[in-house]
Design a protein around this ligand. Structure first.
Ligand SMILES: Nc1ncnc2c1ncn2[C@@H]1O[C@H](COP(=O)(O)OP(=O)(O)OP(=O)(O)O)[C@@H](O)[C@H]1O
Ligand SMILES: [Mg+2]
Length: 185
């Protein structure tokens, strides 16, 4: 089983992913670490000062990790992999995609604690209000995408919700969350 955990920075992917991987007995792949470790970038964005990820190389690397695990486990009992990071939804193979969502004002409080430029924080809050990750994920993965809002719940409650989704007890299809009010719409 391949589970992708995506969402705007600060929505909770890295907080949740190790705990979830532990509960489900899944291998965890952190896309940000992988990009650093394997140098999967083509350069630096001169204005924004962040790395430009080589998306083709990232997909190749993730495919390799998935097929290595398939080889180890054998075809009859394929293992479980959680791939987390705000680019994870670009990986085209997935059984389940969880997009973490956070109300932009609360997300702003979380991102202000990081040593980020005001413009970078604002850009990410706008992306969250515009549902960017959700719609990108939905274009690639359709009904396999669920949205989980972490605005007012604890990490433990978030994990319980995701376990219910994995076990088919609950469903949170795309389209229920609307943060457009943040943009003054
Ligand atoms: N229900 C929740 N689930 C997850 N995180 C939560 C929740 N409620 C509050 N938080 C807090 O939100 C923050 C999320 O930060 P985290 O580093 O996990 O985000 P991220 O999505 O991995 O960001 P990035 O894409 O930059 O790596 C943490 O400080 C965490 O304690
Ligand atoms: Mg993270």
């Amino acid at each position: 089983m391949i589970i992708l955990l995506t969402g705007t920075p600060g929505t909770g992917k890295s907080t949740i992913s190790p705990l979830l991987a532990d509960k489900l007995g899944c291998q965890l792949v952190d896309v940000n670490h992988l990009v650093e470790e394997k140098h999967l970038y083509t350069g630096l964005d001169p204005e924004k000062n962040y790395k430009i990820v080589d998306m083709e190389a990232l997909e190749d690397e993730l495919s390799q990790i998935v097929s290595n695990q398939d080889d180890q486990k054998g075809d009859s009992s394929k293992g479980c992999i959680i791939i987390e990071g705000h680019l994870s939804h670009y990986f085209p193979r997935a059984d389940l995609v969880i997009v973490f969502r956070t109300e932009p004002k609360v997300l702003g409080d979380r991102l202000q604690k990081r040593d980020w430029k005001e413009s970078k924080v604002r850009e990410n809050l706008e992306a969250e209000a515009l549902d960017i990750c959700t719609w990108e994920a939905h274009q690639i993965h359709g009904s396999r995408v669920h949205e989980v809002e972490t605005t007012k719940i604890t990490p433990e409650e978030t994990i319980d919700i995701i376990l219910d989704i994995v076990n088919g007890k609950k469903s949170f299809p795309v389209g229920e969350i609307d943060f457009s009010g943040y943009l003054g719409c």
